[in-house]
Design a protein around this ligand. Sequence first.
Ligand SMILES: *Cc1c(COP(=O)(O)O)cnc(C)c1O
Length: 424
Amino acid sequence: MNTNEYNYIQKQDEEVFAAITNEAARQANGIEMIPSENYVSRAVLEANGSILTNKYSEGYPGKRYYGGQEFTDVVETLAIERAKELFNCEYANVQPLSGAPANVAMYFALMEPGDTVLGMDLSHGGHLTHGHPTTEINKVFNFVRYKMKDIETGEIDYDELRAVALEHKPKIILAGFSAYPRELDYKKFVEIAKEVGAYTVADMAHIAGLIAGKALRNPFDDGFDVITTTTHKTLRGPRGGMILTREDADLAKRINKAVFPGLQGGPHMNLIAGKAVAFGEALTPAFREYAKQVLINAKAMEKVFKDAEVRLITGGTDNHLLLADVHTSFGISGKEAEEVLDEVGITLNKNMIADDPRTPLDPSGIRFGTPALTTRGMKEGEASRIAEIMIETMRNKDDENKKGGLRTELEALCNSFPIPECFM
Ligand SMILES: *Cc1c(COP(=O)(O)O)cnc(C)c1O
């Protein structure tokens, strides 16, 4: 890290400076495999850290509640126009502060309290914001579930999905996940939604960058009504959220109203500038190459795990992430795997597997992915080697010598693939 860029913090606040410097070293010296994380460009960081943070801009471009919006309107309009181009749609709201608030705004825009959402079962890959019992939104709306038909292939049970839809008459059928390694058949969702008069919403928080980079299907191309997303995962932008609508102007209006004034106050214009810059990057051919390589790297890891007969949930991956049942394959829990891999310099997370017999705090699986290491420029050779190192580490979890050797090897790999500062 170029610490000169933080020289005002250094002069003024040693404690925060030390924490940032240490975190920068942590990011540089380890292999980041949490599939929702990535590295942004310096250009995105500059936008995030810009003087746009000083400005109140409640409202939307051309319709604000405060004066002095000449330049904020330019910034937000750029973010909107680029988002529309990236995802091939007519309306974009770039103000949601993150993925969770984007989903809450979407629910209120499309439903009345008490209405029903049909979403992916949480233990089969759905997200907390899809109505987990501990969330507040679960008190407002009614959530019912579909699941995988077969955990070994990952195929969704579309017959069950249709049966539950016919029985519960949901207002929204929600497609999207944070721990599901396969593609969805979006056309089937649209067919069933038409039959019961529901909106189709895709929460593509994890895979937005892969869709923008044309490596995965765009749910809009199969007729989805709405997409919600984060901007900081595979899309490689600042932390934030976004809601996209294909062609329904009335729906787009309701979404805008739900975001502001329905739920949020002033937009964070510095982050919206970061979104505009990141979307500009995502529109380049280099980003398409990136998205493609994320999938190639995940496939390379899949092969190593399969050859070693490790149990992968759904049998493999079509996207950027993998879920391994380490309890069955290595006789250790997901928590133990997370800890021992951290010792050699690999960061990932323990994860429940479908129908997990163990507890959320000590589940059977681990979840990991390739977006961040691909941003560093690693290709399938490096991805395969990292998968081998993961297996060796889990098989030799008490062998300090062995782990020391693997840690040294991974540090050398990180030195050869520094975190890039610029993608254009
Ligand atoms: C990450 C994620 C979210 C929430 O995003 P935050 O920015 O953490 O609020 C919502 N939905 C899905 C599917 C996600 O993966």
